[in-house]
Design a protein around this ligand. Structure first.
Ligand SMILES: C[S@@+](CC[C@H](N)C(=O)[O-])C[C@H]1O[C@@H](n2cnc3c(N)ncnc32)[C@H](O)[C@@H]1O
Length: 272
């Protein structure tokens, strides 16, 4: 039988906890916490993948390196998502590639210079890393699973930002969006989020993060499939949730032309 067995002794970090239950929908969601990396104690993998987004090179951790830490990660990677236990962050999803290509292209309307950025549901954190390369003044990374933050996000940030890692303020958070929005009262200029709107049960929580953590003149870019088969979520469903909520307005910035349809949505506060 599949056993969820994230290794405990992953990477060296200190932690701050928020003691809060998070079980709105009957599921036991993990509470948010901040994870502070001790960069000097981290041993980086030797082999890395390399991907280019409009000329900007980013290293990412290969699945084989993840599995080398524990065989149980093989099952976790194959499972894709196990609701409220593992939410997909060990893999780099296609939507990240689309959003990364978009923000590094000359059609992007987003200027990252001196902006504060949140990479929400970051997984490997490639979008946050790119934001730093595009001039962001600080980037915060959030993923549901603490092990994802320790195994892939923090090492990727370290690898891609050496030797400047200490000159760019980065923070890392794990746990559920609901308690994250309560733990973290920072407001960001830009929130980037990719492959995160597949589960309609999470829409209220995501909107709560947006309302609690986006500056009044800030913007959000979401990359997602138009429809997630089996999950019920997708860009139209999310637009409807945004409309019902009444606080934000949405605009489709980009739509894929081949394969499963994917989109990039821009979200800003409604003009009153
Ligand atoms: C499919 S993964 C996408 C990872 C990454 N953004 C990418 O595109 O490669 C979905 C991400 O959403 C986050 N997520 C999903 N549900 C969440 C929840 N209830 N609370 C916090 N994070 C959640 C997880 O952190 C997970 O990494």
């Amino acid at each position: 039988m599949f056993r969820f067995d994230f290794a405990q002794e992953t990477r060296s970090c200190s932690e701050v906890n928020v003691d809060e239950k998070n079980s709105d929908d009957g599921l036991e969601w993990i509470s948010a916490k901040q994870i502070t990396p001790l960069y000097e104690d981290i041993t980086l993998p030797e082999a890395w993948g390399l991907v280019k987004f409009n000329g900007l090179e980013i290293y990412y951790i290969l699945p084989s390196e993840i599995i080398s830490l524990s065989e149980s990660y093989k099952d976790i990677l194959a499972a894709d998502i196990i609701t409220a236990k593992y939410e997909g962050g060990l893999k780099v999803w296609d939507c990240t590639h689309h959003l990364a290509n978009y923000i590094t292209s000359n059609i992007s309307p987003v200027d990252f210079k001196n902006k504060t950025v949140l990479d929400l549901g970051c997984g490997h954190g490639l979008l946050g890393i790119l934001s730093i390369k595009l001039g962001a003044s600080s980037v915060e990374f959030q993923d549901y699973n603490e092990d994802v933050i320790k195994i892939v996000t923090i090492p990727s940030v370290l690898k891609n930002l050496i030797p400047d890692v200490s000159s760019v303020p980065c923070k890392f958070f794990s746990g559920d969006w609901l308690s994250f929005s309560q733990l973290n009262n920072n407001r960001y200029d830009i929130i980037l989020t990719s492959a995160t709107i597949y589960n309609t049960n999470n829409y209220k929580k995501i909107l709560k993060v947006f309302k609690m953590n986006l500056k009044h003149n800030g913007l959000i870019l979401i990359a997602a499939k138009t429809y997630y088969f089996g999950n019920g979520g997708g860009t139209r469903q999310f637009e409807e949730a945004v409309e019902r909520d009444g606080v934000f307005q949405t605009e489709v910035l980009w739509t894929s032309v081949e394969g499963v349809q994917q989109e990039i949505l821009k979200i800003t506060y409604k003009i009153k």
